[in-house]
Design a protein around this ligand. Structure first.
Ligand SMILES: *Cc1c(COP(=O)(O)O)cnc(C)c1O
Length: 384
């Protein structure tokens, strides 16, 4: 496949040059018909290895929902990392590639009955919770399990805030851990999530402050905790510069050393940061139109078959095959639904019909959200 993709610094500051180079080489050699998602194995591995390296006594549990592609899971599995899951479907995927249940945790505070039954059969033993009802469910289905309570923490400055859906305040958290113990579960710790794509480092500071207060209160109440699960939230580059993961980890590491006992086990649950910038969607331009004074550009990947997060405000950067001069475009997906608009006022080169559009940093929360709405297939994932 010949191409004339225009690559410049605005692209290489988002995704590593090495990843772009590998994808271009792949495009040159393949005759596979787009759309598809290309994932750079080397990038996934280097991210999975580096997250948490600066945090003593920590272990990474990859959040499977970010990208549950089986080849991605196999790759991460080879590193001996753990996995964070929420459902029987995710559990089945991990079991199918031979992940031991001891490396799987569940931080979804509200679990389905079907999942709990399957978790019990497999011997999963680490679960988050944030209500008495959930304690009773776990007592009935997974008695004696290790449980950690989900605290609400500030999500300001996260592009994908989560805090209102789950979590409890300090008082209730304390009560819940005591209640869990009374019901025969093993209350081992605290978890939180600062919000996905978290650009605000202070969210980790306030979260750790709050967790510390609960940790000490539990000690006074006669329960010694041993696990601090700091969730996910590490940001990746989409169109803007973000705080470096190493810098975030240095900050977290020094706060933990200052506040928590030396032997505390730290669980980290990154999703987006492991796979996000390793992925590049390859699509074709299906059409162009001038409607009023708007230039519309239609591509083969849209809101419903991969770019769902654009609805919540995530913006991507594109590499376009086309002429040199640029225009402002309204970028739309292939379906007939008016929700299927990916971005507005994007400045892009005038593309060729049938030409390629590459969508950078699209390895996380894309295929995992995709549907076959309107008959448009979910793009295949190819690891290179
Ligand atoms: C989604 C999720 C994660 C991963 O979050 P990222 O922002 O993708 O790192 C981690 N833990 C829990 C409980 C989640 O729900």
């Amino acid at each position: 496949m010949k191409n004339r993709l225009r690559i410049d610094r605005s692209h290489t500051e988002i995704v590593p040059k090495s990843t772009i180079r590998r994808v271009l080489k792949f495009l040159k050699d393949t005759d596979l018909e787009p759309p598809y998602l290309v994932m750079d194995k080397a990038r996934i591995l280097s991210r999975a290895r580096s997250i948490g390296r600066k945090i003593r006594n920590s272990k990474v549990y990859y959040a499977v929902k970010a990208n549950p592609e089986i080849e991605v899971l196999k790759l991460i599995n080879k590193l001996g990392a753990g996995f964070e899951i929420a459902s029987e479907g995710e559990l089945a995927l991990l079991l199918s590639i031979g992940v031991e249940p001891s490396r799987i945790i569940t931080s979804n505070p509200i679990k389905s009955f079907r999942f709990l039954r399957m978790a019990a059969e497999c011997g999963l033993s680490y679960f988050a919770f944030d209500s008495k009802d959930e304690v009773r469910k776990m007592r009935d289905h997974v008695p004696g399990s290790n449980v950690y309570v989900r605290l609400t923490v500030p999500n300001e400055g996260s592009e994908w805030p989560l805090s209102k859906k789950f979590g409890v305040e300090l008082e209730e958290a304390e009560e819940l851990l005591l209640y869990a113990k009374k019901k025969g579960l093993n209350p081992i710790g605290i978890t939180f999530h600062v919000g996905s794509q978290c650009n605000n480092v202070y969210n980790w500071n306030s979260a750790l402050d709050k967790a510390k207060i609960l940790w000490d209160r539990m000690e006074q109440a006669g329960i010694s905790l041993s696990v601090l699960d700091i969730g996910g939230g590490y940001p990746i580059r989409y169109t803007k510069h973000v705080v470096d993961i190493q810098a975030i980890d240095r900050n977290i590491s020094s706060l933990i050393a200052e506040k928590f006992p030396r032997k505390t086990r730290i669980f980290i649950e990154p999703g987006r940061a492991v796979v996000g910038d390793a992925g590049i969607f390859v699509s074709r331009v299906a059409g162009k139109a001038k409607r009023g004074d708007e230039n519309w550009l239609y591509i083969e990947v849209g809101v419903f078959n991969g770019l769902m997060e654009t609805i919540g405000g995530i913006k991507y950067r594109y590499i376009v095959e086309g002429a040199k001069h640029t225009k402002k475009w309204t970028l739309a997906g292939p379906s007939c639904d008016s929700f299927d608009v990916i971005d507005r006022e994007v400045v892009l080169p005038e593309p060729d019909i049938g030409g390629l559009v590459l969508i950078l940093s699209s390895g996380a929360y894309t295929i995992s959200y995709a549907s076959e709405f309107n008959g448009f297939a979910i793009p295949k994932t190819i690891l290179i």
